[in-house]
Design a protein around this ligand. Structure first.
Ligand SMILES: [Zn+2]
Length: 407
């Protein structure tokens, strides 16, 4: 019966994204026609969309708007262009805003074998402070002859040079990988896990990595993800050597070409990123980011311990704990008032220590039940998480946790 709880949220009319993307891999350039449609039930009278100022934007198309303009803004320390569209009050009908822009794919997003646009490519517009609002989309990708396209889900349609993907994900996480040849490494049993390589055919380290990804997914499906389990998952391996990040839609991008899950550090990165399938509903901008990052970090540690490596688990916990004395409270932490390393210490490291203390207090069984329920209901605020702790572990534990968060 528990499994039904996560589906109980009422349907809500959200904006819809329709994105037509043309990628030219040879020149690492793209053009994008982006249409943001508000449903008739949405009465917003001013719509703002932030877009990287690196892109050349054509005149904004916004039928029924009183005014549409693009102005430069500074947002989270970056210079952006903001499209501002103003409507008369109570529009009571569906409205769309269409942006056409062209740009270059940044050098951390291509090699000789692949070019891509994804969650950290800053290629899509978004509403201020709502990069991660979850929206239904249709993504059409056109590529020159001889190229193929992959995304986080299989295409719903495919014709020569034109690939259509549909899904629901964070506003900035629509994903297109383009290559002449992909080398998928696919799990033979269990959840459909695919490693997607380009450049060279699969080798032994890839099958080792696939087995670890299978083990991580299977562990999560038994524990934190048991009410909302992974049925398919894609690990993109573009080899651009810049970063690793998780995507909401059952995928992760790991760009290091020397990535080796035989190393504890890399295994933890992979397990962290896979767990972002569940830990993605806190805000990037405030302390609820601990619901993403501390939860993902502690999930990776749970896996490490369950894999039998108690020594590395303890070592990693104490390494993180050493970075937290003297840091400000997690509750109300303002990332923009601090340098990034303090954000890591408070949101990732201190948050992980608090989760460990919570587990120690209530026991593993109840702790895993709590995480599974939180994942299934897509908890997005600390207050909602405290409420869940109260339901599952009782009011004293909820009060204790609040005190820990304020410490
Ligand atoms: Zn993370």
């Amino acid at each position: 019966m528990l499994a039904a709880l996560g589906a109980a949220a009422p349907a809500r009319a959200t904006p819809i994204l329709q994105v037509h993307l043309q990628i030219e891999p040879a020149t690492h350039t793209f053009t994008c026609r982006y249409r943001f449609t508000l449903p008739a039930s949405d009465t917003t009278s001013v719509v703002r969309l932030n877009l990287s100022s690196r892109f050349k934007l054509q005149p904004v198309l916004a039928p029924r708007a009183e005014q549409a303009r693009a102005v430069p803004v500074v947002y989270a320390g970056d210079s952006l262009q903001q499209i501002q569209v103003r409507y008369a009050p109570n529009p009571r009908q569906s409205r769309y805003i269409e942006l056409v822009y062209a740009g270059s794919i940044s050098e951390t997003n291509y090699t000789n074998h692949v070019a891509f646009l994804s969650g950290h490519s800053n290629w899509l517009p978004f509403r201020p402070l709502q990069e991660y609002e979850v929206l239904p989309y249709q993504l059409v990708v056109r590529v020159p002859p001889g190229y193929q396209v992959r995304s986080t889900s299989p295409p719903s349609q495919q014709k020569a040079g034109r690939w259509t993907f549909r899904g629901t994900t964070s506003a900035i996480e629509l994903t297109a990988f383009v290559a002449k040849q992909f080398y998928p490494v696919v799990a033979a049993t269990g959840p459909a896990i695919t490693l997607l390589k380009t450049g060279s055919p699969p080798a032994r380290p890839d099958s080792v990595m696939l087995r670890q990804a299978e083990a991580v997914a299977a562990f999560y499906n038994r524990t934190i993800g048991r009410l909302d389990s992974i049925a398919r998952f894609t690990v993109f391996l573009p080899g651009t050597n810049s970063e690793a990040y998780g995507l909401l839609d059952n995928a992760t991008v790991i760009t290091y070409d020397d990535f080796d899950v035989a190393k504890t550090e890399d295994l933890l990165v992979m397990a962290h990123e896979i767990s972002h399938k569940w830990w993605a509903y806190g805000s990037f901008h405030d302390e609820t980011d601990w619901l993403n990052e501390a939860f993902a970090t502690y999930s990776s540690l749970l896996y490490l311990q369950a894999s039998g490596d108690e020594a590395s688990y303890q070592k990693e916990l104490s390494r993180l704990a050493q970075t937290t004395p003297g840091t400000p409270p997690l509750w109300g932490f303002d990332r923009y008032a601090h340098e990034y390393p303090m954000h890591r210490r408070v949101i990732y490291n201190k948050g992980t220590g608090i989760l460990h203390a919570l587990r120690t207090r209530i026991g593993t069984e109840q702790f895993v039940a709590l995480l599974a329920q939180s994942a299934a209901q897509k908890t997005s605020t600390t207050t909602d998480f405290l409420q869940l702790v109260k339901q599952i572990a009782g009011p004293e534990t909820s009060a204790w946790l609040l005190a820990e968060l304020k410490r």
